[in-house]
Ligand binder design. Structure first.
Ligand code: NAD
Length: 273
C-alpha cells in the first residue's frame, strides 16, 4: 500500500502510519521489524526505554531499503534528561540503531518533577542544528509543558506523541497542538487492544467488511493524526496497514468521536516518573 505522508512544521515528511515496537522483547524485535518492513511499513517508532533499538537498527540496515525511504523515531529516556545527559543519550541511541541520522528524536515524558525538560529540549535543538536529527519533538507533553517549550525554546516541536484512541481522545490538547503547528501522533492507537470490542466499532466494521482495528486506524488517519500501531502477529501487521482502500463517513467518525470514556492505558504525564 502507498502510505500518505504528513508534512511536519520544518517541511520534513513523515509516513502517517508507522510501526510501534513498545513491549516487543529485544530478542523478537529484529523479526518483528523485518515483518513490518516486508508488509510495507516505512516508519518505525522505538525508544531508548524499550531496550530494543539495536534489533530495529539491524532490521533496517539489513532490509536493503534505501535509508531515506525509512523514517526512524527514537526517544530520550527520563533518566537521561538534562543537557549533557540528552546529548550523551542521543549518541548511545544512534550507536544502538547503527544509523548516522535519526529522523525524529522525542523527549519521552516531561517528567516535570525533575524540571529538566527545557534543558533537554535545548540539547535536542543543538542536535537538530548539528544535522544529526531531521526533526525534534516531544511525547506526553501537556499544555503547561508545551507552553514552557514555546516560551523558552527556539524551535516549535514538530510533533507531540500522546496517548490517543477512541476511549481517550484528548480533544483540548489536540486543538492546542494543532493551533501551534505541532503534529499530533497517536500512541496506543488501539487502546492496546481495549478499544476494539464495542458494539459501535463492530457495526462500523461490518459496514465496510473490515476489522474493528482497521476502523480505529482509519479514524486516526481521517482525523489527521500520525498513528503507530504495534503487533507481533504476521496477520495483524498486514491487517493494520491494509487501511487505505476504504473511508469512514463523517457520521461514522462522529459516532467514534462520541466514544470517549476517559479510559487511559499509560500514566498521567503530570505525575509520571
Ligand atoms: P496499540 O494500541 O498499538 O495496541 C497493540 C496491541 O493491540 C497488540 O499488542 C495486540 O494485543 C492488539 N492488536 C494489534 N493489532 C491488532 C489487530 N489488528 N486486531 C486486534 N488486536 C490487535 O498499543 P501500544 O503498543 O501501546 O502502542 C503502539 C506504539 O505506540 C508502541 O509500540 C510505541 O511505539 C508507542 N507508544 C509510545 C508511548 C509513549 O510514551 N510515547 C507509550 C505507549 C506506546
Amino acid at each position: 500500500p502507498t502510505i500518505p505522508s504528513i508534512v511536519l512544521n520544518n517541511s520534513v515528511k513523515i509516513p502517517q502510519l508507522g510501526f510501534g515496537v513498545y513491549q516487543i522483547e529485544p530478542g523478537d524485535v529484529r523479526a518483528a521489524t523485518d515483518r513490518a518492513l516486508k508488509a510495507g511499513y516505512r516508519h518505525i517508532d522505538t525508544a531508548a526505554a524499550y531496550a530494543n533499538e539495536a534489533g530495529v537498527g539491524e532490521a533496517v540496515r539489513a532490509s536493503g531499503i534505501p535509508r531515506d525511504e525509512i523514517f526512524i523515531t527514537t526517544k530520550l529516556r527520563n533518566a537521561d534528561q538534562g543537557h549533557e545527559g540528552a546529548l550523551r543519550a542521543f549518541e548511545t541511541s544512534r550507536k544502538e540503531l547503527g544509523l548516522d541520522v535519526i529522523d525524529l528524536y522525542l523527549i519521552h515524558w516531561p517528567y516535570p518533577r525533575h524540571n529538566l525538560f527545557v534543558e533537554s529540549w535545548k540539547a535536542l535543538e543543538k542536535l537538530y542544528a548539528d544535522g544529526v536529527v531531521r526533526a525534534i519533538g516531544v511525547s506526553n507533553f501537556l499544555q503547561p509543558h508545551l507552553d514552557r517549550i514555546l516560551a523558552e525554546g527556539d524551535i516549535v516541536p514538530a510533533v507531540n506523541q500522546i496517548e490517543l484512541h477512541p476511549s481517550f481522545q484528548q480533544a483540548e490538547l489536540i486543538a492546542y497542538s494543532a493551533a501551534r503547528g505541532i503534529a499530533v501522533e497517536s500512541y496506543s492507537p488501539l487502546g492496546q487492544g481495549q478499544d476494539l470490542t464495542g458494539a459501535v466499532m463492530r457495526s462500523i466494521a461490518q459496514n465496510h467488511g473490515k476489522s474493528p482495528a482497521q476502523v480505529v486506524l482509519r479514524w486516526h488517519l481521517q482525523r489527521g493524526f500520525i498513528v503507530i500501531p504495534k503487533s507481533v502477529s504476521e496477520h495483524r501487521v498486514h491487517e493494520n496497514i491494509d487501511v487505505f482502500d476504504f473511508s469512514l463517513t463523517q457520521e461514522e467518525i462522529d459516532s467514534i468521536n462520541g466514544l470517549e470514556s476517559g479510559l487511559r492505558t499509560s500514566g498521567d504525564p503530570a505525575t509520571f516518573d
